[in-house]
Design a protein around this ligand. Structure first.
Ligand code: HEM
Length: 425
């Protein structure tokens, strides 16, 4: 392996950076091209924590950006009926997002200004990805802001899937922001400033934080089930695949060109139940080996997904209802989504006093903050998850408890503001 950050002993990125010094790490990271046969999104680039990812650009950051260690996702309800209030908020958020990404205080000339907890902290590869929910265009049949005519056909009301147990307080939202960064203070601080700037115009509806483990460069992080998650994904380095599966083209209206649709679902995992399953059963459920991440029957984590192999009894090597089989493009008319999931841990959901001592149920409110981006959710998440929700063996262990669909506009150019083409159309 030519990459200087690859360590077979699984040493973490942080440890490596600390050992090498940040400046040296930056130079080496630039010198090391990403191997074309591996999806770069699933790997943390060996970039220094003070790396700035500019807010302005052709696409919003936080979609194709190599995944950072932390996320703070927030959905907001707009509490005004005035379009001018919303567009003014978008202007404030744009100005703030530019500053936050550069590690600059928001509201330095105001009192009260920035809450100040990130003073001295590097930008931490902070990205802010904004989205507009279906209810911004139509709520209870009302077009509050006179923008209903610009609602893209792909911004559907998500159907109710088998097994959904969506809690209203963790579902929906008119506006969304996904803050990602390598420091949890940076991500929370960013959302906190956006909340402050939204005062009187929008209130927070729900939030969910998430994290991924530190992992060696070019490795795939594991989720709370202990499996590598992201081995197979849309290749962010392949512009043809990105245009086909992730970026919106002309079909979404001018304001969505170069944008993407985010499906976000906090999925609670019955970890107490999962932890009592034998390894072979866990592997059958996912369809991959737990240690290597290789498809069952294959030697390598990466490579073609051969789902046709049978064992000596004629049974499929990868079970018919294994998670990867149901998610595979060849079983979904070629559908692919760019997954960018984080683990979450909200602590225990009930206190010990409320559980009888013999209780064997779910105690941890923990799981996966599933986030995926796609050009059209009808041909992405809905297409794939419709069958998955009915047949996936994983469903014994997971419950979707909230979420939403958000239209994330194309990137913002300097001098313009988020969603300007929508609000001034
Ligand atoms: C708690 C919930 C979930 C967990 C723990 C989970 C975990 C995993 C794991 C371990 C893999 C194999 C590694 C890989 O190929 O990246 C995988 C693959 C995949 N998952 Fe999930 N997943 C979850 C929910 C979902 C949902 C809701 C969808 C919705 C569409 C989804 C779509 C996929 C797809 C498309 C693949 C790639 C399949 C392939 O290899 O062809 N997953 N997931």
């Amino acid at each position: 392996m030519s990459c200087p950050f690859h360590r077979p002993d699984g040493a973490t990125r942080r440890g490596l950076l600390a050992a090498m010094g940040l400046a040296g790490a930056a130079g080496l990271a630039r010198a090391a091209p990403l191997p074309s046969d591996r999806p770069p999104l699933t790997k943390t680039d060996a970039l220094p924590a003070d790396r700035t990812l500019p807010f302005f650009g052709a696409h919003q950051n936080g979609i194709a950006t190599p995944i950072q260690a932390h996320t703070y996702f927030a959905a907001f309800d707009v509490v005004t009926d005035k379009r001018a209030d919303v567009s003014a908020l978008m202007q404030r958020w744009t100005e703030a997002a530019d500053k936050l990404a550069r590690g600059v205080e928001v509201g330095a000339d105001a009192d009260p200004g920035d809450s100040g907890e990130t003073a001295g902290l590097p930008p931490s590869r902070l990205t802010l990805t904004f989205g507009f929910g279906p209810t911004l265009f139509s709520r209870d049949g009302q077009d509050r802001f006179g923008i209903g005519v610009h609602r893209p056909a792909a911004l559907i009301d998500l159907p109710r899937f088998v097994g959904d147990q969506l809690v209203p307080a963790r579902t929906g939202g008119d506006l969304s922001v996904q803050a990602c960064g390598d420091d949890p203070m940076a991500t929370m601080h960013a959302v906190r400033q956006l909340m402050r700037l939204a005062y009187g115009v929008a209130t927070v509806r729900w939030v969910q934080t998430g994290f991924i483990p530190g992992f060696a460069a070019k490795a795939t992080p594991r989720n709370l089930m202990g499996f590598k998650d992201g081995s197979f994904n849309v290749l962010t380095s392949d512009p043809v695949a990105m245009d086909r599966h992730v970026w919106v083209g002309d079909e979404g209206g001018a304001w969505m060109r170069g944008g993407s649709f985010a499906v976000v679902r906090p999925i609670r995992i019955a970890l107490e139940h999962w932890d009592r399953m034998k390894l072979s059963f866990q592997e059958q459920t996912v369809g991959r080996r737990k240690d290597s991440g290789a498809l069952i029957g294959a030697a390598q984590e990466f490579g073609p997904l051969n789902l046709d192999a049978n064992d000596s009894d004629g049974n499929p090597v990868v079970a018919e209802n294994a998670h990867v089989r149901l998610g595979a493009p060849q079983n979904n008319d070629g559908a692919q989504i760019l997954r960018r999931a984080y683990s979450y841990d909200n602590g225990i959901s009930m206190t010990a006093e409320r559980w009888p001592p013999w209780h064997q149920g779910m105690e941890l409110d923990a799981g996966l903050l599933f986030i995926c981006y796609q050009r059209d959710p009808r041909r992405g998440f809905v297409k794939i998850f419709d069958r998955m929700s009915k047949f996936d063996m994983l469903n014994q262990f997971v419950t979707h408890v909230g979420g939403g669909l958000f239209a994330c506009p194309g990137g913002v150019q300097a001098g313009r503001y988020l969603g300007q083409a929508l609000f001034e159309a």
